[in-house]
Design a protein around this ligand. Structure first.
Ligand code: GLN
Length: 389
């Protein structure tokens, strides 16, 4: 009996041991699946980080290093000083003999500017300046002024005010198209075409036209780190021939899209367009946008960093007017042109490129300036959509 009982206990013991082991084993099984998902997430996060450079994913996983590496590779690397100086000189040499286009003459004074003038400038977000050609000649800023006044309005009233009161849609039409202003109730314009720019000027908060203009001029002074002034002959010439812009002013007034006296706004706008800048000064204005709103030379904080992407967005969509699509397609940088021959293009976080050459095409965009900037962008792989290399 005793033997049997002992045997019985042994058998029970073995059975209990076996079932315990099995139970433990059963309990032990879940942890791997439970542990598996994090492992899978980590693995999954790595490819995601590779293809999208998604910072949040990278932060939560061990994939941070590859993501960081990939992000750095996706953004164009900052070119060396030697390369910057080389491409500025090359762009100048390569296009200095191009004679396509002609000086704008609907503002008679612009026809008198020597057509041969040609300057190329790069100003980095660190304040380094690289130049070739006529970079100290003061020409009228014209429409290159428009994004900067829009920035001033954002500083005063926030970026939503620009969206609500003017609009941010490209028109696909010429810079001075009356049609663009007429269809405002259906499709907004933007601060970079004449009607939107006149509206933008009218939004600058001031009690008088004089105060409004001085605010704009002061803002441009801080942006450029210079003391700028109106080229009086250009102002008088445009003021005497700006019937079309006055028409914009009245049509805007008729649809409640102007925010000061319309003729006063047109006059301040005309003065703003007549402000003289050199290619170098414009380069610093552009580099302030490239440097999150801080003038890289004087270190003055001019535009809140949060507004800079808004300004660059409208430049990307409408900076070249009815050639904005072509510019995005061939060059891929936010930029702004003016009929005085200036163009400024921005590589966010890195630098600004300026071209100055008075001969413009039918769209009012400087031929050699555009070619020079396009050359530099392609040489250094600065297209914000990727270098394609
Ligand atoms: N002052 C010029 C105008 O109103 C500006 C045009 C331009 O530079 N595209 O016509």
């Amino acid at each position: 009996m005793k033997k049997n009982r002992k045997l019985f206990r042994m058998v029970v013991g073995v059975i209990v041991a076996i079932s315990l082991t099995t139970a433990c084993a059963t309990h032990a099984v879940p942890p791997p699946p439970a542990a598996a998902p994090p492992a899978q997430t980590t693995t999954a996060a790595a490819p995601a980080a590779k293809t999208t450079a998604a910072a949040p994913a990278a932060q939560t996983t061990a994939a941070a290093t590859p993501a960081a590496v990939t992000t750095a590779a996706a953004a164009p690397a900052m070119p060396s000083a030697a390369d910057l100086q080389r491409v500025v000189k090359e762009a100048y040499e390569k296009f200095k003999d191009v004679t396509d286009g002609k000086n704008a003459d609907y503002i008679p004074e612009l026809a008198k500017v020597p057509s041969e003038l040609f300057g190329v400038v790069i100003v980095t977000a660190a304040g380094d300046v690289y130049t070739a050609g006529d970079v100290d000649y003061a020409f009228s800023i014209q429409s290159v002024s428009k994004p900067f006044t829009a920035a001033l309005v954002m500083q005063e009233q926030g970026d939503q005010a620009i969206k609500d009161k003017i609009g941010v849609e490209p028109t696909g039409l010429k810079f001075n198209a009356i049609l663009a202003t007429q269809i405002i109730p259906q499709v907004s314009v933007n601060p970079l075409v004449n009607s939107g720019a006149i509206a933008s000027v009218s939004m600058v908060q001031a009690k008088s036209a004089e105060e409004r203009f001085n605010k704009i001029l002061d803002f441009f002074n801080v942006l450029s780190g210079a003391t700028l002034s109106v080229i009086d002959s250009v102002y008088k010439s445009e003021a005497a021939t700006n019937q079309r812009n006055r028409a914009h002013g009245y049509i805007l007034a008729a649809s409640d899209r102007i925010y000061s006296d319309p003729m006063e706004a047109v006059d301040v706008y005309t003065k703003q367009c007549s402000i003289g800048v050199t290619a170098k000064q414009l380069g610093i204005m552009g580099a302030t946008l490239a440097n999150k709103g801080i003038n890289p030379v004087t270190k003055a904080k001019v535009i809140d960093a949060k507004y800079v992407p808004k300004v660059l967005a409208i430049m990307m969509m409408a900076g070249f007017y009815n050639e904005s699509g072509n510019w995005a397609y061939t060059t891929g940088l936010p930029a702004k042109t003016g009929v005085g021959g200036g163009i400024v293009a921005i590589v966010p976080g890195q630098l600004a490129i300026v071209g100055f050459s008075p001969r413009v095409n039918d769209a009012g965009n400087s031929v050699r300036s555009a070619k020079a900037i396009n050359y530099i962008v392609n040489e250094l792989g600065l297209n914000i959509f990727g270098s394609g290399k």
